[in-house]
Design a binder for this molecule. Structure first.
Ligand SMILES: Nc1ncnc2c1ncn2[C@@H]1O[C@H](COP(=O)(O)OP(=O)(O)O)[C@@H](O)[C@H]1O
Ligand SMILES: [Mg+2]
Length: 337
């Protein structure tokens, strides 16, 4: 997540977290009364995988029988998810005494986000605009609202993240737009999903303030998405491939039964993914992966691409979809972002 501060007199400013980074991983790792967030929680996650909650976004507003939940458990088999006996809500079975709903976990993360914002702004921050994926349903949006209530944050607005991106892009480029309008295409592959948006910017005459004036206008022409195409799926493919290679040498050990080993391999898969996006090969290595056994395996970019062939096929679909629904041809698009 990224947090920005908006206050009179200063343009939007991105908040730095305690590691002085602009981006903070969305995770909370809970050990007894102690909660860790961000990078510290990522480090802790290999020690207490089933109590380090992350990739929560797709679980928002879901019930246990939703296929999304099934897929989540396939990716991260060590979490214990169940339906609350009274409310029927999806809950993480944290320990013998505690269950957490997804909203409660998000509320902890939102509170932390406010803390970062307050520290950075050096003044209290009580209200927020939160961005959500454009495909979020009313149920999913309501769940985000509830998380804000639990965190005691006044929610000013839920905004589609693709609209926020287009708005932010346009605000600083007002001079580039005129009454004819210009068309831009935004493509955003994140960790869990991919969105493609066609937006137009133009200048229109209004009389809203009693006199004729020219104001810039943004129109979202079309949006298309793949809810399950993102960095995470590439990483899971690599993790499972590395697990398979380990299994070939140690057929009696099932890494999927060992949460710590699986988490270590997941982290190593992330490094492999990042390195292979710029290099032709990578030697994955985890010391003491399980039962003091070290793991080492060399993988090439070609092998990685082969593992993800079907995912690459899906990359261009959201673009085709926005072009088809708007009837806009590529030559009419002024810029791609
Ligand atoms: N150098 C890289 N090569 C490949 N993937 C990367 C690289 N750097 C980051 N990623 C992946 O990009 C995704 C992060 O996208 P981001 O936009 O930060 O997420 P989101 O918008 O979903 O919060 C993660 O899955 C991350 O592993
Ligand atoms: Mg992103």
């Amino acid at each position: 997540m990224k947090i920005a501060i908006v206050k009179p007199g200063i343009p939007m400013e991105i908040v730095l977290n305690k590691e002085s980074r602009r981006k903070t991983p969305v995770i909370v790792a809970i050990k007894g009364k102690d909660r860790e967030f961000g990078e510290a929680a990522i480090s802790r996650s290999s020690k207490i995988p089933s109590q380090s909650y992350m990739y929560l976004r797709e679980l928002v507003g879901k019930s246990l029988n939703n296929p999304v939940v099934e897929q989540y458990l396939k990716r991260f088999p060590y979490y214990k998810l169940k339906s609350d006996a009274h409310t029927n809500e999806l809950v993480f079975d944290h320990d013998s005494e505690t269950n957490y709903t997804v909203e409660e976990l998000l509320a902890m993360i939102l509170k932390k986000a406010r803390e970062y914002a307050t520290d950075f702004a050096e003044q209290s921050v009580d209200a927020a605009v939160i961005t959500v994926p454009p495909y979020f349903t009313q149920t999913e949006r309501r769940a985000i609202k509830r998380a804000c209530e639990l965190a005691n944050i006044k929610l000013l607005q839920l905004m589609n993240d693709n609209t926020a991106v287009a708005l932010n892009y346009g605000i600083f480029r007002r001079k580039d737009f005129n009454s004819t309008g210009s068309t831009y295409l935004f493509y955003d592959m994140g960790s869990q999903s991919t969105t493609c948006t066609i937006a137009t910017y133009n200048v229109v005459k209004t009389k809203e303030n009693g006199y004729v004036e020219e104001v810039p206008q943004l129109t979202i022409k079309s949006v298309a998405f793949d809810r399950d195409l993102g960095g995470l799926e590439f990483q899971i493919r690599l993790r499972d491939y590395l697990a398979k290679k380990f299994h070939e040498h140690h057929p009696n050990i099932d890494l999927f039964q060992n949460s710590k080993a699986l988490t270590k391999l997941f982290r190593e898969a992330e490094r492999a993914k990042n390195v292979l996006s710029a290099n032709n090969e990578y030697t994955a290595q985890v010391e003491g992966l399980i039962d003091e056994i070290d793991f080492k395996h060399r993988i090439t970019r070609e092998q990685f691409e082969h593992l993800c062939e079907d995912l690459f096929q899906r990359v261009k679909r959201p673009i085709e979809e926005v072009l088809n629904t708007t009837g806009i041809t590529l030559v009419r698009i002024r810029r791609y972002m």
